[in-house]
Write a protein that binds this ligand. Structure first.
Ligand SMILES: [Zn+2]
Length: 308
């Protein structure tokens, strides 16, 4: 039984996940920018004990998925701006010592990709690309069940490939990254810029709200969805051209409204891809739902230490 730990900017989820990717028990706790690492890791330890007790199981390994940057080989956090006190701390070593089991850590997009490849929408696909669209755009590549790693273990950054060099400045400082054009905040920013002062939906805007408004026929929100579809499609067509994968699995909060985007995305792929068999690349939605990151964290352990 794997103790799974999903560390995000606003919450930590912990659960017991069995060898087939089934969540047997889980709990979560809020976290935030002023979270102290020493308290955080103790809390994770307690949550692991509680969820193991609840499921009536013994923890045989610990898998961790975390929003990055993290070093999967040392287990150390990098310059994480969402949890400043956690920088350069090592939850892999600390939790392994606490529970006397092996532990492994990956970036959460890598964890999500491994889970979808093993137990979700990407099962039995040799070349899988996972793209998650939410507050940012992340992704990962899984080839024959193994995570693709770049030089020195680097994690690919799909969200920062440039779609429009004259586009908005991205959080990374470059203009027109995919993330700056197609992540959730990009939708919100565009509607805020384009709407007049008397637009009735200005307060409390979110990507999800914009999608709801588009469904209800709001003209500006409909244009925002068309723009989102256009930029999602361009980035995904680039991935098809670059990698010709068997499948692209789409996850993340913005993709909860995927029904609004999918047809347009497919049209852009058809229009932009010529010399690769684009019609053989399936574009599908992630299937593991709310628990995908937790299930992914468990798969991180199996991927590192398991036989399959
Ligand atoms: Zn960028």
């Amino acid at each position: 039984m794997i103790g799974a730990v999903d560390i995000g900017g606003t919450k930590i989820a912990v659960g017991m996940v069995d060898g087939r990717g089934q969540v047997r028990s889980k709990m979560e706790a809020p976290t935030g920018i002023d979270s102290k690492y020493s308290e955080g890791v103790q809390q994770i330890g307690q949550m692991l004990r509680k969820t193991a007790h609840k499921a009536g199981v013994k923890i045989t390994g610990i898998g961790i998925g975390s929003t990055g940057p993290v070093d999967p080989f040392t287990g150390e956090f990098g310059e994480v701006d969402f949890l400043p006190d956690w920088r350069h701390q090592n939850p892999v070593k600390d939790l392994a010592r606490m529970f006397k089991v092996k532990a492994a850590l990956e970036n959460d997009a890598d964890a999500g990709a491994l889970a979808e490849a093993a137990w979700g929408a990407g099962q039995k696909k040799r070349r899988l690309i996972y793209v998650t669209v939410g507050t940012g755009i992340g992704g990962a590549i899984v080839l024959d069940g193994k995570l693709y790693r770049g030089v020195d273990g680097a994690h690919p950054e799909f969200g920062h490939h440039v779609i429009d060099p004259s586009g908005p400045v991205c959080s990374c400082g470059v203009r027109g990254c995919w993330e700056s054009l197609a992540a959730g905040p990009a939708m919100v920013g565009w509607v805020e810029r384009e709407s007049s002062a008397n637009y009735p939906h200005r307060s409390g805007l979110s990507a999800r709200r914009i999608c709801e408004l588009a469904r209800d026929g709001d003209a500006l929100a409909t244009r925002a969805v068309e723009r989102e579809t256009h930029y999602l499609g361009l980035g995904l067509a680039n991935l098809v051209n670059l990698f010709a994968p068997d499948v692209i699995v789409l996850g993340g909060s913005v993709m909860k409204s995927a029904v609004l985007f999918l047809e347009g995305i497919r049209k852009t792929i058809v229009r932009n891809c010529r010399f690769v068999p684009f019609e053989e690349t399936e574009i599908v939605l992630a299937s593991l739902g709310e628990d995908s990151n937790l299930i992914g964290a468990a798969r991180v352990w199996q991927h590192r230490f398991g036989r399959s």
